[in-house]
Write a protein of this length. Sequence first.
Length: 507
Amino acid sequence: MDRREVLRLSATTGAASVLTLRGVSFAHADESGRSGEESRTVRGHLSNGAPDFVHLPVQVPRGVRELAVSYSYDRPAVPSGTPGNALDIGIFDERGTAAGGRGFRGWSGGFRTEFAISAERATPGYLPGPVRPGTWHVVLGPYTVAPQGMDYEVTVTLRYGEQGRAPGPVYPPERAGGRGRAWYRGDCHLHTVHSDGRRTPAEVAAAARAAGLDFIATTEHNTTSGHGAWEGLWGDDLLILCGEEVTTRNGHYLALGVDPGTFVDWRYRARDDAYGRYVRRIHRAGGLVVPAHPNCPFVGCQWKFGYAEADAVEVWNGPWTADDEMALAAWDNMLVESCRRGGGDGRGRWTPAMGNSDAHREPQVVGLPQTVVHAEDLSRVAVLEGVRAGRSWLAESSEVGLELSATGPRGEHAGIGERLRVAPDAAVAVRLEVSGVPDGTVRLLTDQGEMRSERLPASGSGTVLWRTTASLAAYVRAEVRHPSPGGGAGLPGAMAAMTNPLWLEAL
């Protein structure tokens, strides 16, 4: 049946615009209960420039065992360079659609055409639990709409019967065996079948172990269903952190290492007064805010919220590309700006870099790249503290080894993410040791730019020494690059490893 659309645009600050359709009603089950199923279909059209979200209210009666939804939409041809139709979907239960997600029951974006929820089980991306009576809302997200508009169809099916028992979620432990105080390798941006990935959690865990990783994070798009999907996959050798890739219309960010079950809403733009509220929620849940692939060219992926409230930034996402090169340049400029504010000497703050694979499916490589963190132990708290403090470096694989340090004239010593306090003109000896990058090029950079470049031998191992002073360099960081394609002059090769800065503080 066709239903007339009723437009309700939000006029409140901090809320995305919403179009609410007429509700769908079902016959009520009688007191003795009933079996079988009922379906209702809604068809409609969205014009180009449609609101960010479309709500379809569904009146759910008593006696429902399972709720299922399927949908489709047209994909007309569009001119070259013009976005076509893309429609996301999710659902909120009878507790409502208010910001913060109290009624959130799942989101699959545009990855699935159907889903089902019951007490016992749910489609990946969705949360199992009772199907209680009341007004549920199927939520459509017209991500992009073609110039011709979008025709869509949504079918809601209720299956009647006795409710099953909802399983309690089993979340990963917060600590693994580890090696005490050590460097630990991790990949904190990964997707499985619980959002738009093709791998199962078991396949991702196996790939992480094969890549030599010590920790990973589950970061599905706009859902927490992956938090409880790792039972039996962790161990003394593998720590699993809970998180979410918060996928807004103005960029994506990782809610990294939050308390299990923490949901972070994504239904806002940079122009709304909302992002800061969710930053605080993530911090209260013990997590970090990490803008992801900030220069990704796809619609809605470029980061527009600024970095003032970020704990780190994903400078390197997947195999090294021009997007990463731009993110690296912007991050280096941020380091220089933090020098002006006193970030390097402890009187201000700076934003550390991360590297993650964002792997979704084969042949994308889990652990390409990875963040190598110096932590007190292999635990959620210790790893996140190492990331937040910038005691970390990034590598393309576990085959790459690196150590950067600086020593003052009186034996003062500092490593990556730390500060070396010396007299302004005191001689500082910088030492970089690298392995696993055959014929690579080592670069030492400061706030002034590249200060030292040296070629590694075919063995891939080497040591680079350099001398400076705190008056000449506010920080030192290292890059290790592969040879440039075709040996092109002036074009840097793909990144093999890079460090966060080692800060030099003039006393």
